[in-house]
Design a protein around this ligand. Structure first.
Ligand SMILES: Nc1nc2c(c(=O)[nH]1)N[C@H]1C(S)=C(S)[C@@H](COP(=O)(O)OP(=O)(O)OC[C@H]3O[C@@H](n4cnc5c(=O)[nH]c(N)nc54)[C@H](O)[C@@H]3O)O[C@H]1N2
Ligand SMILES: Nc1nc2c(c(=O)[nH]1)N[C@H]1C(S)=C(S)[C@@H](COP(=O)(O)OP(=O)(O)OC[C@H]3O[C@@H](n4cnc5c(=O)[nH]c(N)nc54)[C@H](O)[C@@H]3O)O[C@H]1N2
Ligand SMILES: [Mo]
Length: 802
């Protein structure tokens, strides 16, 4: 295996293929310096953990340590390929600053302790609060990066054991809108499409999704189609010149926060030109006439003004979408982290419904996920949904869940939906949530308006438990820190964005006394003496495989049916897509192939919400609207962003990612190749705005919003005029004193607003009003990658930071 530099060549060499052909295999691998494949002691099966693509890989073990990775050629998802974060990111596991013992706060300082002391503290406080106030005093905030087995256990402990409805995941910040948009349109979460749709599509549209940088292996699949015969046409909707935009047939670069107007113009054109599929609409959907009526006023001429995109480009994009024979769409944060998130994402579903582009090869919607197991958080009931897509407002579903858990239905709070994290923060601020248990997420960097979040999390009256693998910015504020084992050190399953389930097995021991998250939750349940209604232990498993078997039973007969899967089956050559059961023993490639949806009133996950106010639709109302469980077409009016540019704050700030880092960099910042490819924060500014502000490449500037200021070097890039972009990866754990500096920070979320989409409750990270002030010259060009969306307007060179 040749050693390749995947920093300079993140997408690697092309293996072209044509429509309907199988994507050729290409095996990527990276081993520790000096190690040859023949030196490896053993290879252990796993899957990628720094995005939702679900790339299958093997971990190389040498002398009891992780020594590299290689892709699995037989897997349906990646056919052997791995992206830069997976090739290099594993090095963080062996970082010398991993947490190896529990910590407790004594006289204001965190000190090392043993598991008994730490857990006794957590249990004593939990019991005290349950006695004083009940379950509503305790909140759990988890992640999209653990395993299904861990979420299912946590959901049971919290909902069924403690009786709290304060359970959410960082998936709220990530894919709450994917879930909500699927529920609104199809009655239930569950990805209609499949990655194999890329092999068949003649048009691929990416809405607010920088796939090249954020699902880099999926993007190589598209690049390989583009390099082959009869390539697909690409539509890109993104205010930045991402690598996707550069490959696009039509690139629409709208003003941030105008997605609904843009979608309405596209739908307007599809309908006006007769490209809608009348018989599909008639047989399989309800609500079309509302859409027809709604989009009448959104002609390309009108919308060109709202979005500031050329009218001709809107017409051309609509023509390509309208005449596509096999249309695949993907949607991600450019839509989900905006103010009309669900409304915009639902319009993409509408495009597919009215064109009859569902359930056939090449015809799919991918309402994408971000994190490796965001799908599991949603399925297993650890993020504001009930396990296996049960409907919290349908008593029969609650009763059925109580049967599976052997608890009284009244023991599961279901008067209102589980509390979303922004509301949990409000409750903690008000003092009604008095204990918060954070696992696998770093809210002190990733939630909006950080000054507020830090003050909430550091209150004396809040008992904060943080379960992490490093002493993150959040862990530094904790009362108790629990050291977790992570990927490669524990076993469990990951389900990716196209419903593919992978097994990820333990390859090496965790450092020190660190324990798998599952073991921590199980230990807590046992110490809390949680019981079912017969007085037996509530949680009836004590290892990952047994937890998986229990989860399978919980999923039986539900859309995400796992009953046909087993660890043994997942040890085969490829991951398998749910539903996998006796009717579909090899899994299911596409949902809704028969035009039947999971939307029947008795079966659906939700009755839906008002897209503007977020108010739940009443069961009777839903039954009247959709008695047969068809797809629901929901129209939406465009509403301007809540915080618009003004005299003081004339620019629009958007935030997001770069290819080489994952989130708050706790892993990628500890992998030398990745860290040096993007070592410091930067801000992207258009040539026009740079001119107005007297800013040149590399100058130091302050970006200010009503919440705070971030200081960064300016990258003069091809971003649209009036918009500035900050990566959100840079917090404070690796600054000189590990603290946010007075006056100006470097975390993008110092600047973002406490605000969310009414329907999905996903925070708005992609529209804020900002101003930019030049501070002085820098010591060279901005430390931003040059082959990504942050490429300088001057000729980009190959490689990482320039
Ligand atoms: N390298 C890398 N890959 C990752 C991750 C990572 O941290 N790093 N994280 C993973 C996770 S959890 C997630 S959720 C995904 C996210 O993956 P993406 O959604 O692809 O990433 P983002 O950079 O957040 O946002 C995508 C694009 O939205 C655009 N955008 C901003 N505002 C608007 C708007 O108003 N309209 C439109 N149409 N576009 C807009 C931005 O310019 C940006 O290019 O990535 C996953 N993969
Ligand atoms: N401004 C802005 N903010 C954003 C976004 C944006 O685009 N812009 N995107 C949002 C999105 S989509 C997301 S997904 C979030 C991500 O935000 P976070 O979830 O806060 O980011 P991570 O850095 O992934 O944090 C994961 C934490 O879990 C720890 N960890 C890793 N593996 C394990 C494990 O196996 N067990 C345990 N217990 N801990 C582990 C890591 O060390 C780290 O501290 O950020 C959101 N915030
Ligand atoms: Mo995410």
């Amino acid at each position: 295996m040749a050693r390749v530099d995947r920093i300079a060549e993140p997408w690697g060499t092309r293996t072209p293929y044509g429509p309907g052909q199988e994507w050729p295999a290409r095996v990527d691998s990276h081993l520790a310096e000096g190690l040859e494949p023949s030196d490896v002691d053993r290879w252990v099966q796993a899957a990628s953990l720094l995005h939702s693509n679900g790339d299958a890989m093997d971990i190389a073990v040498k002398d009891g340590k992780i020594a590299g990775v290689r892709g699995r050629a037989g897997d349906r998802v990646n056919r052997g390929r791995l992206g830069p974060k997976d090739l290099y990111g594993w090095q963080a596991n062996a970082s010398p600053d991993r947490l190896t013992t529990p910590l407790i706060r004594e006289n204001g300082r965190l000190v090392e302790t043993d598991w008994d002391t730490a857990m006794d503290r957590v249990v004593a406080r939990s019991k005290e609060l349950l006695a004083e106030q009940g379950g509503s005093a305790i909140g759990f905030y988890t992640t999209g990066q653990l395993f299904a087995e861990e979420y299912y256990t946590l959901g049971l402990v919290a909902h069924g054991g403690l009786g709290t409805s304060h359970v959410d995941g960082n998936t709220r910040l990530c894919t709450a809108t994917a879930a909500e948009a699927l529920k609104e349109s199809f009655g239930c979460d569950g990805q209609p499409g499949s990655y194999t749709d890329i092999d068949h599509a003649d048009v691929i549209a990416l809405f607010g999704h920088n796939m090249a940088e954020t699902q880099s292996v999926l993007w190589t699949r598209i690049l390989d189609r583009l390099a082959g015969p009869n390539p697909p046409q690409i539509i890109c909707v993104d205010p930045r010149p991402t690598p996707v935009a550069r490959a696009a047939t039509v690139h629409l670069a709208p003003r941030p926060g105008t997605n609904v107007a843009l979608m309405n113009a596209l739908l307007h054109e599809v309908i006006a030109n007769g490209w809608a599929d009348a018989s599909y609409i008639e047989e399989h959907s309800v609500g079309y006439s509302n859409l027809e009526e709604r989009v009448k006023n959104y002609s390309p001429a009108v919308v060109a003004g709202i979005c500031d995109v050329p009218e001709a480009d809107l017409r051309e994009a609509a023509r390509i979408l309208g005449q596509a024979e096999r249309l695949l769409s993907t949607v991600l944060q450019g839509f989900y982290q905006s103010h009309q998130a669900t409304a915009a994402a639902v319009q993409v579903n509408n495009l597919h419904i009215i064109r009859g582009m569902l359930g056939k090869p090449g015809c799919g919607v991918l309402q994408m996920n971000g994190q490796p197991s965001a799908e599991n958080t949603r399925e297993c009931g650890a993020d504001g949904d009930f396990p296996a897509f049960r409907n919290w407002s349908n008593d029969a579903h609650v009763k059925d869940l109580a049967r599976v858990w052997n608890v009284d239905p009244m023991a599961i709070p279901h008067q209102s939906p589980p509390t979303h994290v922004m509301q949990m923060m409000r409750y903690a601020e008000d003092g009604s949530i008095r204990m918060l248990w954070v696992s696998g997420t770093n809210p002190a960097v990733s939630l909006p308006e950080l000054a507020r979040i830090r003050s909430i999390l550091s209150q004396d009256r809040l008992f904060l438990v943080v379960q992490d693998i490093f002493l993150s910015e959040t862990a530094q504020l904790a009362d108790v820190v629990l050291p977790a084992a992570t990927w490669g050190e524990k076993t469990g399953t990951f389900t990716n964005a196209d419903r593919t389930v992978h097994l990820s097995e333990k390859a090496v021991d965790p450092p020190g006394e660190a324990k798998p998250d599952l073991d921590i939750f199980l230990d807590y349940a046992q110490r809390m003496e949680l019981k079912d209604k017969d007085g037996l232990p509530l949680v009836k498993w004590d290892n990952p495989e047994a937890a998986f078997e229990a989860w399978k039973e919980c999923s039986r007969g539900r859309p995400c049916d796992y009953t046909g899967l087993s660890y043994a089956k997942l040890r085969g050559p490829s991951g398998i897509q749910w539903p996998c059961n006796s009717a579909n023993p090899e899994g299911t490639e596409r949902l809704y192939a028969d035009g039947k949806f999971w939307a029947h009133p008795d079966y659906c996950e939700t009755y839906g919400r008002d897209l503007v106010t977020g108010a739940p639709v009443e069961p009777d109302e839903y039954k009247a609207l959709n008695p047969e469980g068809k797809a629901v077409i929901k129209a939406a009016k465009y509403l301007p962003a809540h915080e618009l540019p003004s005299g003081d704050f004339p620019l629009q700030l958007i935030t997001g990612r770069t290819l080489y880092h994952f989130h708050t960099r706790t892993k990628t910042g500890r992998a030398p190749e990745l860290q040096s490819a993007a070592p410091e924060v930067w801000v992207e500014v258009s040539t026009a705005d740079a001119g107005t502000h007297g800013v040149s490449e590399g100058d130091i500037v302050d970006i200010t919003t009503p919440r705070g200021t971030v200081r960064a070097q300016a990258r003069v890039s091809g971003i649209r005029r009036g918009v500035v972009f900050l990566p959100f990866h840079y917090g404070y754990w690796d600054t000189a004193d590990g603290k946010e500096p007075a006056g100006h920070g470097r975390a993008a979320n110092e600047l973002t607003i406490t605000d969310w989409d009414a329907a999905s409750k996903q925070p708005v990270f992609k529209t804020a009003a900002a101003r930019l002030v030049r501070v002085g010259p820098g010591d060279g060009p901005a430390p931003a990658p040059a082959i990504t969306a942050s490429a300088p307007v001057e000729a980009p060179a190959a490689g990482g930071a320039q």
